[in-house]
Write a protein that binds this ligand. Structure first.
Ligand code: NAP
Length: 587
């Protein structure tokens, strides 16, 4: 007789499914950091459909997507599913698993009860016309990530998956190792092989951002296994050996450069020139890492906003930047001259289809890819690796959590040598000029790249308001003093954000009077300040403003540990400076 509930680690007899199960559950009323949003509950074991499989989870992998699910941002996955007709008011996350098949739907023929499996996280409706036509199911509107966009992921004793998700577990890996690699590995595999003609070929140089991270550690090994030359980028020297041991030919430390972020505007000759010398220095480091002057045919992207201008610059003529995330931001800027003159391509990529997940899994089965498991957690601590990820304190590679497995190291049924991954990591001229220079009479505008500092032309003093100020009062202050922005300060008078007129207008949009009355400065301000100092060269201030798409900077002074706002410098101040006093128009 099946028990109603088994304790964690107490494995039910093969094929016997209890009515209820232990699970880590997210609910909307506790959305927040993982330490709060993830809670243990007992939940009904889910039923399966005819094309589905119920897997007894031995271990689960950890990914950033369920940090988002717990925060309820940028989408509330529970509300989204309820809107689509599902009834559950909770989310069981988990998009990576290893385990044992306990039940199969009646249309399932290629898997049977007792099979030891891993699951990839791509799901789709097999009746969708895109899928029926034999097209890539990743392009189906029904595509969902299991354990993020779908419920009943691997953070429970049983998980519900489509039969097509299930792939053989590598017998030389422990349960936790097997649970840790698929989401990042299959994503990297599609990026590197799915976008012909830019599939990695023998001798192709591939630049890989975040080489010691989840995606990057897989990408290095895939490139190596396919005969390419992986070059990794990292942020600290301690990650260099890690990447070299995975097969990178060379590693670049990004902390040695400072040209990151959105491109300076192309009209900002000083700022753009500075960026260009930064990116060329990076290109030189890339050549040094490769050992010859060659550019990468493929750049493996995921940081996004911070690195895209560099990725596009260093990619070889006819090459591709392939991107699956925007961890640092979504406004990637492109100098289109390099894109068209050098005929480069930017390709978006998202997870993988079954064939790609299967091909990647074969590389793992053949012992050519190490799962790069860095840390394993026990069931009761499942929230903890998510909190580490949230706080960006997580270790290199991938993390996993034991669910059915009682201790680490179980599940290995054949011994195998760990892959001998070996060791091992740009001609980028300028684009042709695409415009002609027309000679014009000299302007009477004074240059501001002559070393002039902000202190010379800034406005002394700055109008501030405390975080608790009501919105009507904020608006009143702006109108009374004819200003466009107010600095917001905390109880210790330290500047904590800024409110622009646009913020005020947006706060009013779509809200009732009552809702608006309950809001204060803290609710609508943009946290943090874009600042400069009196000693900052004006040319640098211009670059900062154009990069951020803003028209003024707050000037700060360091007093003890606090940055205290002392004034403002705006584009108008700069124009005033550029005009000779006698030429100053009357406006
Ligand atoms: P991860 O393990 O945290 O690694 C990310 C790496 O990015 C870090 O190791 C870090 O390396 C690097 N990085 C951080 N800030 C950077 C910056 N400003 N400039 C350059 N590099 C920076 O995360 P992951 O698992 O590899 O995932 C990376 C991103 O891809 C996440 O946003 C994730 O949600 C997304 N993702 C998307 C898919 C998909 O299917 N679309 C699948 C998997 C993951 P260094 O500090 O050493 O440079």
């Amino acid at each position: 007789m099946t028990k109603k509930l088994y304790e964690i680690g107490e494995q039910p007899p093969l094929g016997e499914v209890p009515e209820t199960m232990h699970a880590w559950v997210i609910r909307p009323e506790r959305f927040g950091e993982p330490k709060d949003s993830f809670q243990l509950e007992v939940i009904d074991t889910p039923e399966i459909a005819d094309n589905e499989v119920l897997v007894y989870v031995m271990a689960a992998g950890v990914n950033y997507n369920n940090v988002w699910a717990g925060l309820g941002l940028p989408v509330n996955v529970i509300a989204a599913r309820q809107k689509a007709g599902e009834k559950e008011a909770f989310h069981i996350g988990g998009s990576d698993a290893s385990g044992i098949v306990y039940k199969v739907g009646k249309n399932v023929s290629h898997v049977k009860v007792g099979d030891e499996v891993v699951a990839h996280c791509g799901t789709w409706d097999e009746h969708c016309p895109v899928v029926q036509r034999g097209e890539d199911p990743m392009f189906s509107p029904s595509f969902r990530i299991w354990g993020y966009e779908t419920n009943y992921g691997s953070f429970a004793q049983f998980t519900r998956v489509q039969a097509q998700q299930v792939l053989p577990k590598p017998r030389h890996l422990s349960w936790e190792e097997a649970a840790s690699y698929m989401l990042v590995g299959a994503t990297a595999y599609r990026q590197l092989t799915g976008w012909e003609p830019h599939a990695v070929k023998h001798d192709d140089v591939v630049l890989i951002w975040g080489g010691a991270g989840g995606l990057g550690s897989m990408a290095i090994q895939i490139v190596k296994a396919l005969g390419g030359i992986p070059i990794a980028v990292v942020s600290s020297p301690d990650k260099v050996d890690y990447c070299m041991n995975l097969g990178a030919k060379g590693v670049i430390n990004r902390k040695e450069f400072d040209h990151w972020g959105m491109l300076p505007h192309w009209k900002d000759a000083v700022g753009y020139g500075k960026w260009l010398s930064g990116v060329r220095k990076f290109g030189k480091a890339l050549w040094d890492a490769i050992g010859e002057k060659r550019s990468p045919r493929i750049v493996f992207e995921h940081p996004g906003e911070s690195t895209m201008p560099t990725s596009l610059f260093v990619t070889d003529t006819g090459g591709m930047v392939v991107i699956c995330a925007g961890t640092t931001g979504y406004n990637a800027t492109v100098d289109l001259r390099y894109l068209w003159m050098r005929q480069k391509r930017v390709q978006g990529s998202h997870f993988a289809n079954r064939d790609q997940a299967d091909q990647f899994n074969r590389l793992v089965l053949e012992n050519k890819i190490d799962p790069c498991l860095s840390r394993t957690f026990t069931w009761n601590h499942l929230w903890e690796p998510h909190q580490l990820m949230h706080d960006n304190q997580h270790p290199h590679g991938n993390m996993a959590v034991l669910v059915g497995a009682n201790e680490a190291g179980q599940g290995i049924s054949i011994q195998a040598q760990r892959p001998d991954l070996g060791t091992g990591v740009l001609d980028q001229g300028e684009p042709e000029e695409t415009y002609t220079t027309v000679k014009r009479p000299a302007l009477s505008l004074k240059p501001v790249d002559d070393g002039t500092t902000v202190g010379v032309l800034m406005h002394e003093g700055v109008l501030t308001c405390p975080t608790s100020t009501g919105l009507d009062e904020v608006a009143g202050l702006m109108v009374k003093h004819s200003i466009h922005a107010l600095v917001v300060t905390d109880a210790e008078d330290a500047a904590v954000g800024v409110i622009s007129q646009t913020d005020l207008v947006l706060a009013r949009q779509g809200r009732s009077n009552k809702e608006r009355c309950l809001m204060n400065a803290e609710d609508i301000m943009t946290p943090g300040l874009v600042t400069c100092r009196r000693t900052t060269p004006v040319s640098e201030a211009i670059t900062t403003m154009t990069r951020q798409g803003i028209h003024r900077l707050v000037v700060v002074e360091q007093r003890g540990k606090r940055s205290v706002p002392v004034g403002v410098v705006s584009m108008t101040d700069i124009i005033r400076r550029m005009l000779d006093e006698e030429d100053k128009p009357n406006f």
